[in-house]
Design a protein around this ligand. Structure first.
Ligand code: AMP
Ligand code: ZN
Length: 503
């Protein structure tokens, strides 16, 4: 397969070495829920990965458990990009039709949120989507290629349901909606290893009247006759709104095609939401829906951290009412990067217990890390030595092995203490590693006032910018040394500007 080279960053110039990295990263192995095993990853189309991630239901703020899943997906995206892929990354915004239970009963979460706050459903969706984008940015998550909204894709969802209807996979429950008949898809239980008979025995009582099996799920819900809904649309089956699962299949296939390379989400989605996405997509197209299913482990709430101590621990969840948001952490003196670091300390597939003690440790660790990396900012030189190349390789090996970021963090810390590395190479490695970690280690603090800088040094800045543009690192390093001799440390900001501090 043809792939573009990996790790062009950090001024890496060892061609032979770069090839060996490329080779290693092509061994990228990811745990595929569908196979229940780690598998070598390659995209279907050379050089391009089509990745769909289930996004937020915007009836409330995202909690830090949700955000843990988006951090893991960001690490996956960065790893794929490091391996030379262009990632077509889609994250949906669920702004309609998600009932409070997975079994298609209960209230619509969006309408419930609107009632709670005395606003329209549209206002609620917009408000919480904006809050979500703010968290996304604060955590340094790379923008997806598209943020499709469920309400913006009603015709596509209707078309998908019509296709399923044409092929005989649906039935109507009068007064309720159009349902997917899971018995017609014999592989339905495979993905999550479901015991359908056991479920049938246990669920008869709780099941909606008219549903043939507890695993059947709604594709289209009819609007209630006695109440006016704020969000409803006309359809071939009458006025109503789409079921939750159908939006992901419709938007993923519209934006990425019928077979995705990767579909992600949290492990809570395996049994129902993703199982249903597979059923409806594969029955409609006759093709595999996603080649790799990658799921992030839960953030658990330690009993003492639960809202009011009432929940006694367990999975952090929005429906529980009170939960911890990123703003709650920020108001308590942690930064978004402290939380990102906290997430990096656990493997993405493992449970992670949230605690403020854990956050304190993460904050201290990040501060200590920055004490070592800050003086290196702007110093990055090409990597020439075998020693530096070996560190780079170790780091990439850890990341390529099903995103072992806890190990990668350890390697960064060890590399920073290696007395035999040249300073410029050490700085180059920090740049390369942070492209994956996303901890903003290369961002300098605000520059000191320019008036502090003697005129003869100011006049050197354009020359240095020119040298850097031409990759004339020797000249740019020589200018940096002149600054240092005069008592100033230069810092290159990510926006291309240069700052300096005395010291
Ligand atoms: P939601 O907004 O509830 O649809 O969830 C958005 C994403 O967060 C989904 O991928 C969920 O699987 C994931 N998620 C929900 N709760 C947690 C949790 N406690 N820890 C990690 N991920 C979660
Ligand atoms: Zn989804």
């Amino acid at each position: 397969m043809a792939h573009t080279p990996a790790f062009a960053g950090a001024g890496y110039t060892r061609d032979a070495g770069a090839l060996s990295y490329l080779y290693r990263l092509m061994q990228l192995r990811l745990y595929n829920t569908a196979a229940r095993a780690k598998q070598p990853f390659e995209s279907l189309t050379p050089g391009i990965v089509k990745m769909y991630c289930c996004g937020p239901t915007v009836y409330h703020f995202a909690h830090i458990g949700n955000l843990r899943t988006y951090v893991f997906e960001d690490l996956l995206r960065r790893t794929l990009e490091a391996a030379g892929y262009t990632v077509q990354h889609v994250v949906n915004i669920t702004d309609v039709g998600h009932l409070t239970s997975d079994a298609d009963t209960g209230e619509d979460k969006m309408e419930k949120g609107a009632r709670r706050e005395g606003k329209t459903v549209w206002d609620i969706a917009d408000y919480y989507a904006q809050a979500f984008f703010k968290d996304w940015k604060a955590l340094g998550l790379i923008e997806p290629t598209a943020w499709p909204k469920a309400t913006g894709h009603i015709p596509e969802q209707i078309a998908l349901i019509q296709e399923l209807e044409k092929k005989g996979f649906t039935y109507t429950v009068p007064g309720d909606g159009i349902y997917f008949d899971t018995a017609k898809f014999p592989r339905y239980p495979e993905f999550a290893g479901l015991d359908i008979e056991g479920m049938q025995a246990g669920a008869r009582v709780a099941m909606n009247e008219g549903k043939r099996s507890p695993t059947d799920f709604s594709l289209w819900k009819f609007s209630p006759k006695d109440a006016q809904r704020q969000m409803e649309w006309d359809s071939p089956w009458g006025r109503g709104f789409p079921g939750w699962h159908v939006e992901c299949s419709a938007m993923a296939m519209k934006l990425l095609g019928e077979t995705l390379d990767i579909h992600c989400g949290g492990t809570d989605h395996i049994r129902v939401h993703h199982t249903n996405e597979i059923a409806q997509s594969e029955c409609a197209t006759g093709k595999p829906f996603a080649r790799f299913w990658i799921h992030g482990g839960w953030l658990l709430e330690a009993p003492e951290e639960s809202a009011g101590g009432k929940q006694g621990g367990g999975k952090m969840s929005k429906s529980a009412g009170e939960f911890i948001t990123l703003d709650v952490l920020i108001n308590q003196g942690y930064s978004a990067m402290d939380y990102r670091y906290f997430c990096l300390t656990a493997h993405y597939r493992n449970y992670l217990n949230f605690s403020y003690h854990g956050m304190d440790t993460a904050r201290d660790s990040l501060r200590n890390l920055r004490k070592r990396t800050d003086p290196l900012i702007g110093n990055a030189a090409s990597i020439h030595s075998d020693r530096a190349a070996a560190w780079h390789e170790r780091f990439l090996e850890a990341v390529g092995d099903d995103l072992n970021f806890p190990q990668a963090l350890g390697i960064l810390n060890l590399m920073l203490k290696d007395p035999d590395l040249l300073e410029g190479e050490r700085a180059g490695l920090v740049v390369a590693f942070d492209k994956l970690l996303g901890l903003k280690l290369t961002e300098a603090e605000a520059p000191a006032a320019s008036a502090d800088l003697p005129a003869e040094l100011v006049s050197l800045l354009p020359e240095r910018a020119e040298a850097r543009k031409n990759k004339d690192w020797a000249r740019s390093d020589a200018i940096r040394d002149q600054f240092r001799a005069a008592g100033f440390v230069l810092k290159d900001n990510p926006d291309g500007t240069v700052g300096w501090t005395k010291g």
